[in-house]
Structures are given as C-alpha cells and as structure tokens.
Design a protein around this ligand. Structure first.
Ligand SMILES: Cc1cc2nc3c(=O)[nH]c(=O)nc-3n(C[C@H](O)[C@H](O)[C@H](O)COP(=O)(O)OP(=O)(O)OC[C@H]3O[C@@H](n4cnc5c(N)ncnc54)[C@H](O)[C@@H]3O)c2cc1C
Length: 382
C-alpha cells in the first residue's frame, strides 16, 4: 500500500492459499465495507469474509443517523461547531463521573481525550471520503442533538447525517448497506458470505496443518465486544477434520480435540500424543480408584494411583503394554500408590500432565532405561 510503516508480509513458502490478498476484512457490514472500499481505493487487493448468510450485520437494523460534528453541511451553511464545546459534550456524555470542565483533559485520561479529539478532527474528513467513493449523504438541519439542553451543546442541530437514497428519500441502515454493497460490486471486491473467521489449527511453526494432522488451535472471534480475540491461542490441540459439515457448508472443521498443551505427551521423535486413549484404557481397571499419568522424560512416565492396595505385577505389566501401544514407543513406567492425587492451584483434577510442557524442546532426549520397568512395543521387538 506504499505505507513505509506497514511491514511487508513474509512469503509463506510451500503453503497453498485459496486466495492471496493484501487485506482480509472480517465482517461484511458498515465497518467492514468502508474499510474494504478505502483499502481498495489505496491500491490494496482486498477480500471480505462474512460469517452470516447475508451481508449487513447490525447495520441493517440501524436508523443510520450519524453524529458528525462540524460536518461539511454545517461548514457550508456557516453553522459554528467549535471543538472545545464538542469535546466537552463528548466527555460529559461518555464519562459523567470523571467530567471536569476545568481540567486540561476534561477529567479524562489523556488517551481518551485524544480519542475524542481524533473523532472531532477527522469525522468530517472521513465522511467526505465516503462521499468521494460514491456514498450519498444528507443532513437533517432540524434534527435535534441528543441532549441539546446542555450548556456545551452550542450547535444543537445539524450534526446528524443520514444516507440519501437515489430516489431522493432518506436512507436507513438497510439502504446504506445496499449502497456500500453496490460500490463493492462495482469495484469487484470479493465478499464471501458464510465464511466465519473462527480459528485455524497450526503446527509449531504457525502453518495451517493438513486434514488429519494435529496442531495448536488459534481462535478468532469478534463477538465479544470488550475483548475481541484475534488468532488467540487457547492452549488446546486438535486434529483438523477431513470431512465437511453435513449441513453442506464447506468451512473447515475441527475433528478430534487432542487435549490441552500441558496434557500432551512429547515424544523423542517430535510427535505429540494425546493421553486420552491411554486414560480411557486405564480408567476401566476397577482396582484403581483414581490416577494421574505424569510424563517426566521423553520415555519416562509415572503412574500415580489411589487404590486400596498396591496393584498386582500383572496389572502393572498390562498397563505398561498399553503405554507402549498407545504411545507407539518404548517407555518406562513407574507406579506409585498415593493417598490422593493433588489438584492444581485452581482446584482442577488433571488425569495427565507432561513435565516437558514448559520446555519440551530443550529437555533433550533421555535414553530409554533398561530393566524390569521397561516395556517393549510389539513392533520393536519383532
Ligand atoms: C435498532 C438499532 C438502531 C441503531 N441505530 C443507529 C443509528 O441511528 N446511528 C448509529 O450510529 N448507530 C446505530 N445503531 C448501531 C449501529 O447499527 C452499529 O454500531 C453498527 O452497525 C456497527 O457496524 P459494524 O460494521 O461495526 O458491526 P456489525 O454491523 O455488527 O457487523 C459486524 C459483521 O461482522 C460479522 N462477523 C462477526 N464475527 C465474524 C467472524 N468471526 N467471521 C466473519 N464475520 C464475522 C457479523 O456477522 C456482521 O455482519 C443501531 C443499532 C440498532 C440495533
């Protein structure tokens, strides 16, 4: 886009992308469409991904009256709308308990004050830019401001702008979105509906995994207005599904959830193995009331268990064999009968955890011990 402050993206060698664009806009409504149109105007290639079956979002329901201080209609009519009064009005409305007209920032924090300044300084410029793109606007010169009785409201009418329909009537959210969608279509900016930007499963280097492979789950959701999550790593590992949803949507699906990062066993050959197959085998042993598997080294595990009496040598041998089968590796399993399994500080019971979690890479492969604790995987003994 010719902006020296924008870092050039790194090439993703060897990755197949369905679409290659400069800007991916998430959400096909007011904010999304205006962003896409401006980015396109600046020379960027753009795609809009909208999760719903139709574009428009909340904006479709809006009256679409837009509060634009010192807008061009007011300027052209010679209606004064000074900055100091407009800022005081914003501060009183947004922060009634902090508002202090005698304070240099009106009682607000500096960043909030600067935010309001940016709104006053740039709102007219932004709406002029919208009009330049082809959006028609009109002013309701008689429309009263929300709290026109307040002393700061020295421009009580005229700040409210509305979309203007081609037939001369006043527009609303629905027609505003239709106008923006029309401008998008004119410029051939692709908009994909039913494309929720939700999450991707990536490998350790951050690349999306192939279907059937396990990776880290990154989640994006804009539904939480206080804290939108963008490529947020939730700490879960999952397998990317190969199939598509029975409803017919072709969005990628998460297959099996493998577990939390702290649960997964790290293998010397780089694999990460979910403990849950193993857990589901051991939990059927009636002589064990509760247990926890702790990975202590690449090939070293401890099974802490609560039981009325120590488990028999036969049970130990059976469990060791299941470890080796499930992990597809030769591992050493030590058994420890304990009065209870300690919970985490948050009170959570964890049936498995890996002590290699914090620093799996630097832990270094440990040699597989020999002796009576060693088990042999059938494929390796053959
Ligand atoms: C009844 C009503 C009247 C209103 N009247 C006015 C008014 O007169 N003046 C005014 O200024 N404001 C008004 N508003 C508020 C205004 O409508 C909203 O502030 C505005 O529409 C927000 O636009 P937006 O594009 O930011 O968000 P939205 O319209 O909420 O659009 C967000 C879009 O993103 C999509 N999306 C979300 N998550 C994902 C994802 N993960 N992947 C892909 N897509 C995703 C959603 O489906 C949606 O289409 C009104 C609101 C309502 C409900």
């Amino acid at each position: 886009m010719g902006n020296p402050e924008v870092l050039a993206p790194e090439p993703a060698a060897g990755v197949h992308w369905d679409v290659d664009v400069d800007i991916v806009v998430v959400g096909g409504a007011l904010a999304g469409f205006t962003t896409a149109l401006h980015a396109h105007e600046l020379g960027a290639s753009v795609v809009v991904l909208e999760k719903a079956a139709q574009v428009g979002g909340t904006a479709r329901k809006a009256v679409a009256g837009m509060w634009v201080p010192n807008n061009r209609f007011m300027q052209q009519a010679g209606t004064a709308d000074g900055k100091a009064d407009a800022l005081a009005y914003l501060a009183r409305m947004a922060r009634p308990l902090l508002f202090d007209p005698s304070h240099p920032h009106l009682g607000l924090t500096r960043w909030e004050f600067e935010l309001f300044e940016a709104l006053y300084d740039n709102a007219d410029t932004a709406f002029r830019a919208l009009e330049a793109l082809g959006v028609e606007l009109e002013q309701d010169a008689e429309f009263p401001d929300y709290h026109m009785h307040l002393p700061e409201v020295t421009a009580p009418r005229g700040r409210e702008l509305f979309p203007h329909n081609p037939d001369g009537t006043r527009g609303d959210g629905e027609s505003f979105i239709a106008a923006l969608a029309g401008l998008m279509a004119q410029r051939q900016i692709p908009v994909h509906v039913e494309h929720r930007v939700a999450g991707v499963i990536v490998d350790e280097t951050g690349r999306p995994v192939n279907a059937g492979e396990m990776g880290r789950v990154l989640v994006t959701t804009l539904e939480n207005y206080l804290m939108p999550l963008i490529r947020y790593e939730i700490g879960d590992y999952a397998v990317a599904a190969a199939n598509i949803c029975g409803c017919g949507r072709t969005l990628p699906l998460i297959g099996r959830i493998a577990g939390r990062a702290v649960d997964l066993f790290r293998m010397a050959d780089g694999r990460m193995v979910s403990p849950y197959d193993l857990i589901s085998l051991i939990k059927w042993r009636s002589e064990i009331r509760q247990f926890q598997i702790v990975q202590q080294g690449f090939d070293r595990y401890q099974l802490r268990y609560v039981s009325e009496r120590p488990v028999s040598a036969q049970t130990e041998a059976w469990i060791r064999a299941k470890f080796c089968e499930s992990l597809d590796a030769r591992v050493v399993v030590a058994f420890e009968q304990v009065p209870e399994i300690a919970r985490t500080r948050a009170g959570k019971f964890m049936p498995a955890r890996s002590e290699l979690f914090d620093d799996a890479k630097s832990a270094g492969a440990e040699r597989c011990a020999t002796g009576q604790n060693e088990c042999r995987h059938p494929r390796q003994t053959g």
